[in-house]
Design a protein around this ligand. Structure first.
Ligand SMILES: NC(=O)c1ccc[n+]([C@@H]2O[C@H](COP(=O)([O-])OP(=O)(O)OC[C@H]3O[C@@H](n4cnc5c(N)ncnc54)[C@H](OP(=O)(O)O)[C@@H]3O)[C@@H](O)[C@H]2O)c1
Length: 318
């Protein structure tokens, strides 16, 4: 069969022949209909992700949409290495196959679950967002950030502050539920002032897709300059590092504010993922959640891998 084959870490995947998968105990062979190309696929293939494969060849792609033998259309995740989602067929554990609503296209059903479930689980499972709280999304202009804005509102956030650099994307965010937007493409003083204004009205949850300098500026805006009682905790959930892999964290930030920095904790428990997936798919089927996609033939994987896809997901079609 044909697949997006990565021969070794740091190289580009190529459209090549790969041996057909054979199901073992508890596994099924899925005929792939569509698989989205996500930041994590590139991080895994580059070797920069903590879960990068140790050796090649492997097939790229972590999840997608496909058909089981009986013809049932399912979203599948966690293909067993060396098999990945960007192939004509792949190998999947039976418990990681989930039926999808008929009114979702293959492209949307393939592209939405990863960022949608991530945003849902970050807000609900990790941040434990309570209806009525205020949320700041850092990197709200990205595919996952836009979904996080909308999902925060679906989960009952009273106020959503959305921060990003891309002005055109930023202008669309009030349509998704953002109450305030913050530009990250202006001077650092302006960014700190905007963060300080947001913080002064209370921010209970921060979902962070950028880390690096924007987070340092946020933390400086959160640092109190005098003794004062904190009336609420701010839970910052770290999800992505698009602005930089490290920050400088002055101790005064933690001593003067009630800040809790959380990670995404790897992969959440299965019941959390399944619950989030079902809610994301139901909201998508009902028209509340959407994602911009662009189909790309599997044969063009090498070019697609190197392309910009700002604000939308490329979806690989075998
Ligand atoms: N753990 C998971 O399951 C999971 C799932 C989904 C996403 N993620 C992670 O979350 C991150 C975002 O994913 P995505 O799908 O939203 O990606 P994306 O669509 O490429 O969005 C990237 C975001 O980062 C911002 N950004 C990029 N470089 C920046 C910089 N130097 N300074 C400030 N902002 C910068 C972009 O802002 P502008 O466009 O405004 O420039 C945009 O908001 C990635 O790191 C991804 O791996 C993790």
């Amino acid at each position: 069969m044909h697949a997006a084959v990565l021969q070794c870490l740091g190289k580009l995947p190529r459209y090549e022949q790969f041996p057909d998968p054979v199901a073992r105990d508890g596994e099924v062979v899925v005929q792939v209909l569509a698989a989205s190309l996500k930041p994590v696929d590139k991080q895994l293939a580059s070797g920069s992700h903590f879960a990068s494969p140790r050796e090649g060849p492997v097939i790229c792609g972590t999840d997608g949409i496909g058909l089981l033998d009986a013809g049932t259309r399912v979203f599948f995740g966690a293909s067993g290495r060396p098999y990945g989602a960007m192939a004509e067929r792949t190998l999947v554990r039976r418990e990681f196959c989930f039926p999808v609503p008929d009114n979702l296209s293959d492209e949307v059903a393939a592209a939405l679950p990863n960022p949608g479930v991530s945003a849902w689980a970050s807000l609900d499972f990790r941040a434990k967002l309570v209806p009525g709280e205020s949320v700041l999304i850092l990197g709200a202009t990205g595919v996952t950030g836009k979904l996080a804005v909308k999902i925060a509102k679906l989960l009952g956030a009273a106020r959503v502050v959305a921060a990003g650099r891309d002005q055109q994307a930023l202008r669309t965010l009030p349509g998704l539920g953002a109450d305030t937007t913050i530009r990250l493409d202006v001077s650092e003083t302006e960014v700190v002032d905007a963060f300080a204004s947001a913080v002064s009205s209370g921010i209970h949850v921060v979902i962070d897709y950028v880390w690096g300098r924007p987070v340092e500026l946020l933390l400086s805006a959160m640092t109190r300059k005098e003794f004062a009682a904190n009336t609420y905790e701010t839970r910052l959930v770290q999800v992505g590092e698009n602005a930089g892999p490290t920050i400088s964290l002055p101790a005064a930030v933690l001593r003067s504010s009630a800040l809790a920095i959380l990670g995404t904790a790897g992969i959440p428990p299965r019941e959390v993922l399944v619950d989030a997936l079902q809610k994301v798919l139901a909201h998508a089927a009902g028209g509340d959640l959407s994602i911009d996609t662009e189909p790309v033939p599997l044969a063009e994987i090498e070019k697609a891998w190197q392309r910009e896809s700002k604000g939308r997901r490329l979806v690989i079609i075998p």
